[in-house]
Design a protein around this ligand. Structure first.
Ligand code: CU
Length: 149
């Protein structure tokens, strides 16, 4: 154990991190998606719900969603019972973005087919800073609401 060697090693490591992190990675958002589902659609429109957790030290924004199920996927907020398209949703640092029934959601229009309960719908979430996240939304019964169980 030579203290001098240890010190030199630490300095080199720190310098390396600074160089590698200068574009985005040192204190950026760290995102994880949980609780995703799609209620079985009853028309040619469908909604998607999920939670994006951000354990990083920088906020991010969900800017768009793509899916093979539809070429018309948008993000909506619900205010006073009326839904409205928004351009993006914040995913706060150390917090989460909740897309839940009666509130914010992903909207799929002009479905190419109607997925049934038990199937899965692939989606890709695109963010302002973080890399895209691809997930499968399990299709649940039309009235499914995890908050009411
Ligand atoms: Cu909507």
């Amino acid at each position: 154990m030579n203290p001098r060697t240890t010190l030199v090693g630490a300095v080199v490591l720190t310098t390396g991190l600074t160089l590698a992190g200068c574009s985005s990675s040192d204190s950026g958002p760290v995102l994880k998606v949980t609780g995703a589902f799609m209620p079985q659609p009853v028309s040619d429109m469908a909604a998607g719900f999920l939670v994006v957790r951000n354990s990083g030290s920088a906020s991010d924004r969900l800017t768009s969603v793509t899916s093979p199920l539809s070429d018309d996927v948008t993000v909506h907020e619900t205010k006073n019972g009326t839904m409205r398209r928004v351009t993006s949703f914040e995913v706060p640092a150390g917090g989460e973005l909740d897309l839940e029934r009666g509130g914010n959601h992903i909207m799929f229009a002009k479905l190419k087919q109607q997925p049934k309960q038990g199937e899965k719908v692939s989606v890709e979430l695109h963010f302002e800073k973080a890399d895209p996240i691809r997930i499968d939304l399990p299709v649940k019964e039309t009235t499914h609401n995890p908050k009411k169980q």
